[in-house]
Design a protein around this ligand. Structure first.
Ligand code: FES
Length: 128
């Protein structure tokens, strides 16, 4: 998957860079995806921050049974707690279990100690 985060859409502050601990808990955030309010989550893996829509490809439901816990026991994959689909933390591609394709990736950038997510054609900030 291309990493063209710097060229996409507007940027929306998500969290402090230090909030994302390598292999640790995710930071959740809300987005509008095709007009629907959805949860996203950001994690850090091998030093780099990644974010995805919190929606399993098996059944379109949130993946974390324990809030913000997405890494499997090996620390190498993101896992859906419901039926155990696993995904690459770096690309969101399905790697095992009942996944059907990959997670929806949300582009991130990180500078001056802050992580931002990037809007896209179908991915917008929540309106207040
Ligand atoms: S809903 Fe995620 S594995 Fe079934």
């Amino acid at each position: 998957m291309r990493d063209d985060s710097a060229m996409l859409g507007e940027t929306v502050p998500l969290c402090n860079a230090s909030d994302l601990v390598d292999g640790g808990d995710a930071v959740p955030f809300d987005v509008r995806y095709f007009g629907q309010t959805c949860r996203g989550f950001a994690v850090r893996f091998r030093g780099k921050a990644h974010a995805y829509l919190n929606r399993c490809t098996h059944v379109p439901m949130e993946m974390d049974y324990q809030p913000n816990k997405f890494f499997d026991i090996t620390g190498n994959y993101l896992i859906c707690a419901t039926h155990g689909a696993i995904y690459s933390p770096e690309t969101g591609e399905g790697r095992g279990g009942p996944c059907r394709g990959g997670l929806v990736k949300i582009a991130l950038s990180e500078h001056d100690g802050v992580v931002h997510w990037h809007t896209g054609p179908h991915l917008k900030p929540i309106e207040f």
